[in-house]
Design a protein around this ligand. Structure first.
Ligand code: GLN
Length: 398
């Protein structure tokens, strides 16, 4: 297999024909756009892939991370030193298939140990067409990315020459300006009624007699978000990223949800136009998470910018005066606080590591956005109350 070209549709994983044995010592190479070359051993699918090299500092949740559509087009460096310990199961998937293009690891566990494990991570990566490299000094790589910023790179385990790879990397598009939401969004509307029966559901308010009708716009939605909305008493209809205000209103929603998703928020023109229409022509409660939050800010006339190396991990503190929540994060862009119209928007939470905008709310409309991930998956559940906030806005209007 030659690998997945940079412009390949993101929703067609390319399965490699054979499952290599875990003791296979095929060499692999990682080449960064600045010319850095790191050598290691192959894991997952054999081939070569190009994408933005980012890092995730979470200690758990590799399955959720690799299937989160927000990682489409990216090569993920995992800082946790051994991956695959708990294998792969059919329940912890955030989408039907992997969205990350490649993974960069220190060490791959050959023998999973978990009662839910159905398959080794290595087998699953092969079936999903995710090209991996193991044996990399991920600490050195992360220091490099933190100093120089996230940049494009390529992994090859098919013998491609590093110089040829570097040429491909330099020709690949930058994440800046890429609308990837359109590529990963659902083609057809669908409804979702499955809830996750997590223990923390016991803290929820009593279920309503009738579920709250929510329309969710899919820019790359994670399943856990749909499950949390249902757990909080909503019934959800999911519409494609290009949905119009008429299509949304035709479903008579009580609230509209704008999802997470990959790529540059400023490039998601159809989503920004829909958010603008919603804010101007309806008084509906609107809740945005991550890309959805960024789209809300852009619809309000704000500006987004690319962070140096992004926030991807499970322990990012975010706060409003008097309260701090430890949050799950996965984003490479953020809203510029100074660009948001202060007479309409209140910044309710800041990221306490770098003081970037972590959440906003409109002063005169039932609309709010959260840059981090209240659905966790993976991560802490401190921020789950934001789903209850959305439901409370809909309940007030019944
Ligand atoms: N998880 C997300 O929704 C990510 C949003 C956007 N693609 C970013 O990187 O900032």
């Amino acid at each position: 297999m030659i690998g997945i070209p940079a412009d390949a549709p993101l929703d067609t994983p390319q399965a490699a024909p054979e499952i290599p044995s875990p003791d296979d010592a095929t060499p692999a190479v990682l080449v960064l756009a600045d010319g850095t070359v790191l050598r290691g051993l192959a894991c997952g699918a054999r081939g070569s892939v190009c994408g933005e090299v980012v890092f995730n500092t979470g200690m758990t949740g590799y399955q959720e991370v690799l299937t989160d559509p927000s990682y489409a087009g990216q090569l993920i460096t995992f800082t946790y030193p051994e991956l695959g310990n708990t294998g792969v199961n059919g329940e912890d998937l955030e989408a039907d298939h992997a969205h990350a293009r490649g993974c960069i690891l220190r060490q791959l566990s050959p023998r999973p140990s978990n009662w839910r494990s159905e398959e080794t991570l290595d087998h699953w990566l092969v079936r999903q067409g995710v090209v991996g490299i193991r044996g990399v000094d991920t600490r050195a790589l992360v220091r490099h990315l933190r100093e120089g910023g996230a940049l494009n790179g390529a992994i090859a385990s098919d013998g491609t020459d590093p110089a040829a790879l570097l040429e491909r990397v330099r020709a690949a598009p930058s994440m800046d300006g890429l609308n990837l939401a359109a590529k990963v969004s659902t083609r057809e509307p669908y409804t979702w009624d499955r809830s996750c029966a997590a223990a923390f559901d016991t803290r929820l308010q009593p279920r309503p007699d009738r579920p709250y009708r929510v329309v969710a716009i899919d820019f790359g939605i994670k399943r856990a978000i749909l499950e949390r909305l249902v757990a909080h008493g909503c019934s959800v209809t999911v519409l494609p990223a290009a949905a119009t205000l008429e299509q949304v209103l035709a479903l008579e929603p009580e609230g509209v949800f704008l999802s997470n998703g990959p790529g540059d928020p400023a490039a998601v023109a159809e989503g920004i136009a829909l958010a603008r229409d919603l804010l101007q022509q309806s008084q509906l409660p609107v809740f945005g998470i991550c890309l959805g939050h960024q789209i809300l800010g852009l619809a309000l006339g704000g500006r987004s910018f690319k962070l140096g190396y992004g926030h991807r991990g499970l322990n990012h503190p975010c706060g409003s005066p008097g309260s701090v929540e430890i949050t799950s994060q996965n984003h490479g862009f953020a809203l510029d606080a100074a660009s948001l119209p202060a007479e309409r928007v209140r910044i309710t939470h800041l990221n306490l590591n770098d003081r970037t905008v972590a959440a906003l709310a409109l002063r005169h409309q039932p609309v709010f956005g959260i840059q981090y991930h209240p659905e966790a998956s993976p991560g802490p559940h401190d921020a789950d109350h934001h789903f209850a906030r959305f439901v409370a806005l809909m309940a007030e209007r019944r």
